[in-house]
Write a protein of this length. Structure first.
Length: 133
């Protein structure tokens, strides 16, 4: 295998591994790992694009090219799965964010009510005079 083809194949193997880990992260909804794998895949793709393939010398490179084609097909299959399932993960994340916003609003409202009562004198039993306007 030519040096450039070998490098490209090794990078494609790394891309395949990152794609597979991304698939597992999507399935388990591990958001930090999804972000990390997307960035890692982007970095690997940039490295692959940077490689320039020299003239190929026929038969010795045809094996390498077949391996590269096979690896690309495997990557595409996993990417298709990821594209199909990523929207559901994003929707789940959005629902989680919305729930957090609702809880935060409730806490903020309760804190605001609590703050309104600060400085109000208390009875011995613990009741406060309501001096709000």
């Amino acid at each position: 295998m030519g040096n450039e083809l070998e490098q490209k194949y090794l990078l494609l193997m790394a891309l395949y591994d990152a794609t597979y880990v991304l698939k597992k992260a999507i399935e388990t909804q591990e958001y930090d790992q999804i972000e990390q794998m997307v960035l890692e895949r982007e970095h690997i793709i940039q490295q692959i694009d940077a490689l320039k393939l020299n003239e190929m010398d026929g038969i010795s490179n045809s094996e390498a090219i077949e391996k590269i084609k096979t690896m690309l097909i495997k990557i595409k299959e996993i990417d298709d799965f990821n594209l199909k399932n990523m929207p559901s993960v994003i929707l789940t994340l959005q629902e989680s964010i919305n729930e957090s916003k609702i809880k935060t609003n409730e806490v903020n409202k309760a804190k605001m009510v609590y703050d309104q009562y600060q400085g109000v004198p208390m009875y011995k039993q613990g009741n406060r005079f309501d001096i709000r306007k």
